[in-house]
Design a protein around this ligand. Sequence first.
Ligand SMILES: *[C@@H]1O[C@H](CO)[C@@H](O)[C@H](O)[C@H]1NC(C)=O
Ligand SMILES: *[C@@H]1O[C@H](CO)[C@@H](O)[C@H](O)[C@H]1NC(C)=O
Length: 294
Amino acid sequence: MNKLCRLILFIGFLSWALFQISVASVVSTGDFNKDFFVIWSPTHVNTSDDGHTRSLKLDQDSGSGFASNDMFLFGKIDMQMKLVPGHSAGTVLAYYLSSDQPNRDEIDLEFLGNVTGQPYILQTNIYADGFDNREERIYLWFDPTQDFHTYSVLWNLHQIVFMVDSIPIRVYRNHADKGVAFPRWQPMSLKATLWNGDSWATRGGLDKIDWTKGPFIASFRDYKIDACVWKGNPRFCRAASSANWWNTYTFSTLTSVQNRWYKWVRKYHMIYDYCQDNERFQNQLPMECSLPKY
Ligand SMILES: *[C@@H]1O[C@H](CO)[C@@H](O)[C@H](O)[C@H]1NC(C)=O
Ligand SMILES: *[C@@H]1O[C@H](CO)[C@@H](O)[C@H](O)[C@H]1NC(C)=O
């Protein structure tokens, strides 16, 4: 190898390394107008002048929604949300990551409204390679319509952790080595939509939307996206570099404190777990149900 050739290789390596550091992770701007676009009904989306707060509206004319400009492969995403207050029966606020592919991957949080004074349900679900049927449901330990609370997803090579105000409510481990599907190749965009789900959402569809109580409005603010922006090559996002901090060993399992909270949620707030629904799966529970969560 001559000197010039070595120099070129070296420069190539250097720019690759710099590229890794500079673009692998992103800290979002905090401005909804910069990081997101409206995917459904601009007339039902209201953003504050500084771009830091956004609301979605549902009325008889339409629901509404927005999505991130970028797609991501692994990261940690936080969003503060305040749900539709009062009579919210039949409304569904979905906050999710989706790859929008035929065999799609998806990480879902769905907030199912209720009649005044009755509790919301937070339903979570995971699609991997196009298959879902992994619902879990909890009641929250606070009224989600009174204040903003932080709803987070940590998604890395090892696990997916759903969190509410930093408390883990659900863990889905990567058991791909044992043949369990895990979202790990398809980049996903971040979305929020507010819509009419009254055929199923509240008490299995018994409580319908009461349009006289509308319009129904949910609000969002102070999000933080610390994730690997998709540039067409999964290698950058799968590396456990310091830029991709979410992939490092520290975030491969829950901490012992998180673990205690997680058990508390499951003991006192869980109302449905697909892994305990023998009837639905006719005693053939999905494989991940018998594998460790940590
Ligand atoms: C938009 O939000 C602001 C407060 O953030 C509110 O004063 C205004 O009425 C809202 N506009 C619409 C059309 O909902
Ligand atoms: C709504 O309230 C009823 C009665 O308390 C409860 O059974 C149900 O789980 C609540 N949530 C939803 C979304 O149906």
